[in-house]
Design a protein around this ligand. Sequence first.
Ligand SMILES: [Zn+2]
Ligand SMILES: [Zn+2]
Length: 98
Amino acid sequence: MDMNSNLSAETQDNFEKKGWNTPEWIAKSKAVKERDGNKCRCCGTTTKILHAHHRCYITKNGVQNNPWEYPNELLITLCEDCHRNGHKVHGKVPVYHF
Ligand SMILES: [Zn+2]
Ligand SMILES: [Zn+2]
């Protein structure tokens, strides 16, 4: 497993945008939000728009996994604001290459 990330910031963004409106991702993000009690795991809000955030990204043989092809443990429920801040503060999401 190689923790090195040589993906551009733009590619990183595409990870979460890719497949945003597919039934697979909608079902996956719903399951993650339900597991987390439909609240932000950072600030605890239940009233803001909630996102399922990837704690890391995975590529296999150089091909990015689809957003829903992750175990639920690698996803976390964050509100819009914490999600945006998290990406700003922590910068790049780690990418694991298999
Ligand atoms: Zn929050
Ligand atoms: Zn995210």
